[in-house]
Design a protein around this ligand. Structure first.
Ligand code: COA
Length: 190
């Protein structure tokens, strides 16, 4: 069975909802920044055409049931300030991988902790997943710290797992089990 898209998820400052083509100009501002994509396994976007190609690829993957791509909206400005996704969904094992990005101007405000806290809660309850995974470049200290604060455990180092921007990179493997997840108080109304 495919990952079922949830209703928009509200937190104190943010809304996490499914991405649409209207968000692409804002997402170009985020993924067009080489500092943002520095530790990510995809090239920096150069134009809206890159964004449109990404959107088409994501739609196909979503239709296959293996992923859900979300946008993170700042409710005060109604602007997209980031994205997060669940992908590599394995139905038999009820697991999926997490990916996430925040606009550089918004780093360090706890936005992704708030957004992922809500998405993880939804994944472990509404979506019925039992394990979440993430892969992080060991140089990406902010991402590792973010995952650890959410309760993820560093499970090991996968050697030369990614080839990115012409080089092979090790990645740290993180995992969080539903049975060890302590929940999030940051979802509005929970
Ligand atoms: C990783 C990323 C999503 C974090 O988003 P964010 O909204 O700034 O994250 P938060 O503010 O919720 O939390 C970041 C944590 O890392 C810490 N941190 C930030 N920079 C750090 C650094 N250089 N070294 C160590 N810790 C750092 C912050 O202090 C915070 O920890 P705290 O809550 O204990 O204070 C953001 O930096 C980003 O988009 N990076 C580029 C894309 C990316 O790398 N995505 C992840 C791919 S695995």
């Amino acid at each position: 069975m495919a990952l079922a898209p949830p209703s928009p998820i509200d937190t104190a400052r943010l809304q996490v909802r499914q991405v649409s083509e209207d968000h692409l100009p804002a997402l170009l501002g985020i993924n067009g920044d080489p500092e943002v994509t520095k530790f990510l396994p995809y090239p920096t976007w150069n134009s809206l055409t890159d964004g449109q190609a990404w959107f088409k690829r994501m739609q196909l993957i979503q239709e296959s049931g293996a992923a859900l791509q979300f946008v993170v909206i700042d409710k005060q400005t109604d602007q997209a300030v980031g994205t997060c996704l669940l992908f590599r969904h394995d139905e038999g094992s009820a697991r999926a991988e997490l990916g996430y990005v925040v606009a550089r101007a918004c780093w360090g405000r706890g936005y992704m902790h708030e957004a992922l806290g809500a998405l993880v809660a939804c994944a472990f309850t509404t979506m019925g997943l039992r394990r979440l995974e993430a892969e992080v470049d060991p140089r990406n200290a902010a991402s590792g710290r973010l995952l650890q604060r959410l309760g993820f455990v560093r499970e090991g180092l996968l050697r030369e797992r990614w080839v990115d921007k012409g080089e092979a990179h090790d990645v740290e493997a993180y995992g969080l089990l539903k049975r060890e997840w302590t929940g999030s108080a940051e979802v509005a109304g929970r």
